[in-house]
Write a protein that binds this ligand. Structure first.
Ligand code: BES
Ligand code: MN
Ligand code: ZN
Length: 508
């Protein structure tokens, strides 16, 4: 998809060269400054063909004459970017089956366009034209739409133009994450994720990839990660992605993504209904790959490392059993009371590995708990951190990118539920506050650096009729990294010294 900024031609909208003009109105702002268009709007309102209510729209076929664009009027609920996105989506849907290749989006006078509107437009265009076809050759052909422009005042040209460009790179990352999420578990295996990582490294100059295989993981002492793969015929992989945009001396932001390519629950088997959706259990990993894709095009001056532990969680005669005790890379032993709480088992070893990168901050991203879906649904990702400054930076990046998170508590007291009689720690607490006790488990492996955890169990994909990956939280993560790069000396600095004794990890 192509995106351009078009300088508003003032009183003559019919002069905009596009196949369709999509005018976003609100109850308050319903004029454009173009006399003919405004007369048409007034007449439509007067005769009841267009109510100035959120969600209403009217398609007019070439009202400005043959050879001139179609006109689509859409009423947004408010002036904000969120309502703008829905309105643009609605307008694009109405021309989707027509011979329309270029839509120019115009905001009504008084509706002040900002960067967020440009971002919303790019996202709406991407979502409107996405068709999954990797394993569905019969999928309908994508429509004719190739270009969605934003018409705005001359004074905003550079800001909105830049915003369109940035959003386009971010959305390319979203698209990669969404596609990997949608790909079935028999296609999107740990090996496939490794192939995708290597592909990014091949395609983009500033990205490199390294993949650790089982022998290396054994040598590192990743007994917790490896315990999850015991029942699977697919080999585990530990993917390390590097984006180098700054001097090597600059501490990296580290992203750690849960890459369970299918979660059956293992011996603690999940019920059958809806289990297919556990192909999306690599959403954290996909968001790391997607964010790297975005970084490759945005080229911010910052270093980023992505860590992706990836494997399947399967039952079998060799699978880990409830009650088994394993030794993590940190040296802490773990009693696996429930093999379905596998995400934290693969993440904890990746989080211990992150120590050696001497990170500025570490953010892990995981479809970690059903409890988080119950708490927050599909609106906000759950954000857990004891670091207020880091939490605030992530929340702001979420707000600014429209990919929001909601902060959850992480008091030490919640961790009491993880006591075990047979190991240093149990892998599950009780039913209460399940997303918080999961985060508390991870907290026991992240004492050496500044850390935050995003539980994306509710936001990484949608269920029901529109079942499919969302590509979240690539917008949030890429925005966070851009913000950090732009902050320069004000960026989050590494933790001064380990809050606790270093881990007992073997040298490797
Ligand atoms: N991948 C699931 C979490 C999940 C469940 C995400 C449903 C989205 C929808 C995770 O591995 C899991 O199974 N978690 C368990 C933890 C429990 C055993 C403590 C859960 O949430 O039920
Ligand atoms: Mn599970
Ligand atoms: Zn899982």
């Amino acid at each position: 998809m192509e995106h351009r900024f078009i300088e508003a031609p003032g009183a003559a909208l019919s002069g905009v060269k596009a196949d369709a003009l999509l005018v976003v109105l609100t109850t308050e702002h319903h004029h454009t400054g173009d006399k003919a268009v405004d007369a048409l709007i007034d007449d439509a309102v007067k005769h009841g063909d267009l109510a100035l209510k959120a969600g209403r729209s009217l398609f007019c076929r070439r009202p400005m004459g043959a050879g001139k664009p179609h006109l689509v009027l859409v009423v947004a609920a408010q002036d904000g970017a969120k309502a703008f996105k829905s309105a643009v989506a609605k307008g694009l849907a109405s021309v989707k089956d027509l011979a329309v290749a270029h839509v120019a989006v115009v905001a009504a006078d008084g509706l002040a366009l900002q960067s967020a509107h440009a971002r919303a437009l790019v996202q709406a265009a991407d979502e409107a034209t996405y068709v999954y076809r990797q394993t569905k050759p019969s999928a309908p052909a994508a429509g004719k739409l190739r270009k969605v422009s934003l018409v705005g005042p001359k004074a905003s040209a550079s800001a909105l133009g830049a915003a369109l460009k940035q959003a386009q790179a971010q959305v390319a990352g979203v698209a990669l994450a969404r596609e990997l999420g949608n790909l079935p578990g028999n296609h999107c295996t740990p090996s496939h994720l490794a192939v995708e990582a290597r592909k990014l490294a091949r395609e983009y100059k500033h990205i490199s990839a390294q993949v650790l295989e089982r022998p290396a993981l054994e040598k590192l002492g990743m007994g917790s990660f490896l315990s999850v793969t015991n029942g699977s015929a697919q080999p585990p992989k530990f993917i390390i992605l590097r984006y180098e945009g700054a001097a090597a001396s600059q501490a990296p932001v580290v992203l750690v993504g849960k890459g369970i390519t299918f979660d059956t629950g293992g011996i603690s088997l999940k019920p059958g209904a809806g289990m297919d959706e556990m192909k999306f259990d690599m959403g954290g990993a996909a968001s790391v790959l997607g964010t790297f894709r975005a970084l490759a095009e945005l080229k911010p001056r910052i270093n980023v490392v992505g860590l992706v532990p990836t494997c399947e969680n399967m039952p079998s005669g060799t699978a880990t059993k409830p009650g088994d005790v394993v030794t993590s890379m940190s040296g802490q032993t773990i009693e696996i009371l429930n093999t379905d709480a596998e995400g934290r088992l693969i993440l904890c070893d990746a989080l211990t590995y992150a120590e050696r990168l001497k990170p500025a901050v570490v953010v892990d991203i995981a479809t970690l708990t059903g409890a988080c879906v119950i708490a927050l649904g599909g609106i906000h990702s759950g954000l857990f951190s004891r670091d207020d400054e880091l939490a605030q930076a992530l929340l702001s990046a979420g707000q600014d990118s429209g990919d929001t998170a909601w902060r959850m508590p992480l008091d030490e007291e919640y961790g009491d539920a993880l006591k075990s009689n047979f190991a240093d720690i149990a892998n599950v607490g009780g039913r209460e506050a399940g997303s918080v006790t999961a985060a508390c488990f991870l907290a026991k492996f992240t004492q050496a650096y500044r850390w935050a955890h995003l539980d994306i169990a509710g936001t990484a994909w949608k269920s029901g009729g529109t079942k499919g990956g969302t590509g979240r939280p690539v917008m949030l993560l890429s925005q966070f990294i851009l913000d950090q790069a732009a902050a320069g000396k004000q960026a989050l600095a590494p933790q001064a010294k380990p809050a606790r004794k270093p881990t007992r990890a073997p040298k490797a």
